[in-house]
Design a binder for this molecule. Structure first.
Ligand SMILES: [Zn+2]
Ligand SMILES: [Zn+2]
Length: 345
């Protein structure tokens, strides 16, 4: 090892390579935050240990490109073992940050290197959540195309830097800079202004999310059908042709949800019992949507039984939730009729 003394008085030494220096255990261990993506945790781990995320990719033999985004859906077991060894965390803890539910992965954004202004990028964020975090991190729910707002803050999500319109590309960061700074222009995403979204659109989003949550846990095999219907939201809203939900930017999806949620309905009931009674009337009137329409009723009944604070909704919210879900299902029925009519021409 060589050393020399500059005029400034600082001692500059050529040190050993990083992995030789740190050995089998990294000096700083970062605990996962609630609902954190594994890519977000890995970026934080790199920064905390003084390594740029892209350098870490090479250190872990993961190449470049969207290396960490890929890990959110599939984390090779060899890498899990290696990360567990380097951090001392349990393998189960690391795996819990990976999105594994097959039906839900269909709602994840595709990984594309370049996206048009109306196209999706791989990840969204809420600037208010980032601002409130002790150490800002990215949530699993922000990779899901059915999410367009933050349930905590009630604002729309964003998917690009407001200053330069680039998506989040923390995997390409070559400097030791936290992931909530835009890689291209250094804008602090915590300062991104709130994105507008209507109350009705938020109710529709909440209805979909609650229903997905309930359907994930049942064994009726109905979630696949529900996910397919959710992917058709742009078509149902009649706003963007035949594009699926996962291909659209956050602002375009907010427009879809808003469009779908304002379609005129005659809905005057003010409690959940009346809402369910109305559903029964629809069914008796020969609605014919036997497979889909029962979902909200089953969901609402299950939600009433659940004790978690997240599921405690006041009656008016439940009515809105039911109404929103009914809208999307009815819109699907109309779109089907439209398609059938078109094919008959
Ligand atoms: Zn938020
Ligand atoms: Zn930027």
């Amino acid at each position: 090892m060589t050393s020399r003394i500059l005029n400034t008085g600082f001692h500059i030494e050529v040190t050993e390579r990083y992995h030789n220096l740190i050995g089998d255990r990294w000096p700083v261990v970062i605990k996962p935050q609630p609902d954190e993506l594994v890519s977000s945790w890995i970026h934080r781990l790199a920064i905390a240990n003084g390594i740029a995320p892209l350098q870490l990719a090479f250190l872990l033999d993961l190449g470049g490109g969207m290396w960490s985004a890929r890990l959110d859906l599939k984390l090779p077991i060899k890498l899990v073992d290696r990360l567990a060894m380097l951090t001392g965390l349990h393998s189960e803890t690391i795996l819990s940050m990976v999105v594994t539910e097959a039906a839900i992965t269909s709602l994840m954004f595709p990984l594309r290197k370049q996206a048009g202004s109306n196209q999706s990028v791989w990840l969204q964020y809420c600037s208010f959540c980032l601002a409130g975090d002790g150490v800002p991190y990215f949530r699993r729910q922000w990779r899901q195309a059915s999410r367009v707002s933050c349930f905590t803050h009630g604002h729309g999500l964003r998917d690009r830097c407001p200053a330069c319109r680039t998506g989040i590309i923390a995997f390409s960061q070559t400097a030791v800079i936290p992931q909530h700074f835009c890689v291209r222009c250094d804008f602090d995403l915590r300062w991104a202004p709130r994105a507008q979204i209507s109350r009705a659109a938020r109710h529709l989003e909440r209805a979909i999310e609650e229903t997905l949550t309930v359907e994930k846990t049942n064994d009726r095999g109905t979630i696949g059908k529900l996910v397919q219907r959710v992917l058709q939201v742009p078509l149902l809203a009649g706003t963007t042709g035949a594009k699926t939900l996962t291909n659209l930017s956050t602002s375009a999806r907010i427009r879809c949800f808003e469009q779908l949620s304002i379609q005129p309905r005659h809905w005057t009931q003010n409690d959940i019992k009346a809402a369910i009674a109305d559903w029964r009337k629809m069914k008796l009137a020969g609605d014919g949507n036997q497979n889909i329409v029962p979902f909200p009723v089953n969901c609402l009944q299950r939600l009433e039984c659940q004790k978690s604070p997240r599921s405690v909704l006041v009656d008016s919210d439940r009515v809105e939730l039911f109404r929103s879900f009914w809208l999307i299902m009815q819109a699907g029925k109309r779109a089907k009729v439209r398609r059938r009519n078109t094919s008959n021409i």
